[in-house]
Design a protein around this ligand. Structure first.
Ligand SMILES: *Cc1c(COP(=O)(O)O)cnc(C)c1O
Length: 509
């Protein structure tokens, strides 16, 4: 029975509320939207990855009017805004979107978000979101299994990698410094100078974490890297010894399982050994690369993520879940509860006869929590382990193929290649550069000139809209960077890129 037309007895419901919709209205508008999204996805290969006029057009369409006094029909609003979004967005779902580390989002994730919003459970406690909390618990467990991390580890979903890493370090802080840290913070007690160890290749979340936690950025001791930008463990040991001698208190070593610029994997096994000897907390930032642990062919260090006390990973990167979805795993689940549990008067206490699991509000920073678990769960369920092995394996194969092609292309220099990231630059050779340096007095050195040329190549490539790589700064070099976390990319897409870059490069010199 369609209840929407049932006459209401309540006075305030005599007229339908401004945001309510009948089932028929919802069906009509919803079906049209689903049709539009389906056509968009079918046709995405023929579209430009980027529309250079996106901001200008968006400003024109949105206009500059004040908040509308009167509302509008849902169908008009959705028509207007969906065509703007589908036509003018930077298309991260495009087969040749290879920028930053941004997974192509699975269509089932879009459907999951719609269902999640319709139910709108609050995953603060098991009592408010009973079914949804069970779905989050299973999602986290499946992610742990995918990473070869203990399946009984603690963990929860958060907005992304930054918060996942910060959550893990807060748990480390509580575990290492004891319960008094929650009462007194860093204000009282013996004033220690604590230290965190990481390479300069570590993502910038670490600066944010030590800042927010009250340690300050000077608490980071930077460990040197080898020629492949991986942590030099001999230098790590030396740093720890030197810091101890100077009276500092080492707390945490942060390793990257896939750095953001080049995909470098720190030597997990060796770092774990040092952490055990030195009694330090071992945290792994696996936001990008940890998912590749699902491959039996994964580099040896990726197969030992279980050695870490905590790990952060991003489901919205290589698990192809739509933004936002990060996951933090902590081996001993009590550490999360010790760090975040609070007594309040406004949440139901667990029934002693029938105890519920500790809710996620008591295991992380957030109180009210949305149902991001549904899209994670549906992706894991749709692809299964085999699906991820195939998709992630293909991305790595494509990067390998691209690195091979670049290596064989005259005028391109391959720089770094790990997992699915390849960095390189256009370089027309010393003779051409020497002539250009003579002609261009504003750029007296060849490297500076190369940086500028490659910046302009990237700009042109992005503006043309055929493909969309991004860049990396390594040492004093500006490099073009391709990161393939995209299940729509194929050899056809990859094979044309080197020649395109060379063509643009030659046209610019
Ligand atoms: C993406 C990324 C982060 C940050 O994750 P967000 O989801 O953007 O907050 C941290 N570390 C690494 C290695 C990453 O790739």
């Amino acid at each position: 029975m369609d209840k929407s037309d049932t006459p209401s007895t309540g006075e305030t419901q005599a007229q339908r509320a401004a945001l309510d919709m009948t089932g028929d209205e919802f069906r009509q508008v919803g079906h049209k939207l689903v049709d539009d999204i389906a056509s968009f996805l079918d046709d995405i290969d023929n579209r430009k990855v980027q529309s250079p006029d996106a901001v200008v057009i968006a400003q024109q369409v949105l206009g500059d009017e004040a908040l509308p006094v009167r509302g509008s029909a849902a169908s008009d609003i959705i028509d207007q805004i969906s065509s703007l979004l589908l036509e003018k967005s930077l298309l991260t779902a495009h087969p040749r979107f290879w920028a930053y580390i941004n997974g192509s989002a699975s269509p089932i994730g879009a459907l999951a978000d719609m269902l999640a919003a319709a139910i709108n459970p609050n995953l603060a406690t098991w009592s408010v979101g009973p079914v949804a909390s069970e779905i989050e618990r299973q999602s986290v467990q499946w992610i742990a299994e995918l990473l070869n991390y203990p399946r009984d580890a603690g963990g929860l979903l958060v907005s992304g990698g930054t918060i996942a890493n910060i959550t893990a370090l807060l748990a480390a802080r509580r575990a290492l410094l004891g319960a008094s840290i929650r009462q007194n913070g860093l204000q009282n007690g013996p004033v220690h100078q604590y230290r965190f160890y990481a390479t300069p290749e570590t993502h910038a979340w670490l600066e944010e974490a030590v800042d927010i936690m009250g340690f300050g950025e000077s608490a980071i001791t930077r460990v040197e890297t080898d020629e492949l930008l991986r942590m030099d463990t001999a230098h790590l040991s030396a740093c720890i010894a030197r810091d101890r001698q100077a009276g500092y208190v080492p707390l945490v070593v942060v390793a990257s399982a896939g750095t953001v610029s080049t995909g470098a994997i720190d030597p997990i096994n060796a770092i774990a050994e040092i952490c055990t000897q030195e009694k330090l907390w071992f945290h792994i930032d696996g936001c990008y690369g940890a998912a590749a642990a699902v491959l039996t062919s994964a580099p040896d260090d990726l197969q030992h993520l279980g050695l870490a006390d905590s790990i952060a990973m991003d489901a919205h990167k290589w698990l192809f879940v739509p933004l936002e979805a990060g996951c933090v795993l902590v081996k001993d689940k009590n550490h999360l509860i010790d760090t975040f549990a609070h007594q309040t008067g406004y949440y139901p206490v667990s029934d002693e006869q029938n105890p519920l699991p500790v809710g996620y509000r008591d295991q992380g920073v957030q109180t009210s929590r949305g149902f991001r678990a549904l899209k994670v769960w549906m992706c894991l369920r749709q692809a299964g382990r085999e699906g991820y092995v195939a998709m992630i394996g293909d991305n790595i194969d494509l990067a390998h193929r691209l690195a091979g092609l670049i290596g064989k292309t005259v005028d391109l220099d391959l720089r770094y290649h790990s997992l699915s990231i390849v960095t390189f630059r256009f370089n027309p050779g010393l003779e051409v550069l020497a002539e250009m340096v003579v002609a261009d007095q504003s750029e007296p050195d060849a490297n500076g000139l190369l940086n500028r040329i490659n910046q302009n190549i990237l700009k042109k490539l992005q503006a043309e809209g055929w493909a969309y790589p991004s860049h990396a700064h390594i040492g004093n070099e500006f490099l073009i960077r391709v990161c393939i976390t995209n299940f729509r990319s194929s050899t056809r897409d990859i094979d044309l890129l080197p020649a395109k870059v060379v063509d643009i490069g030659r046209s610019l010199i």
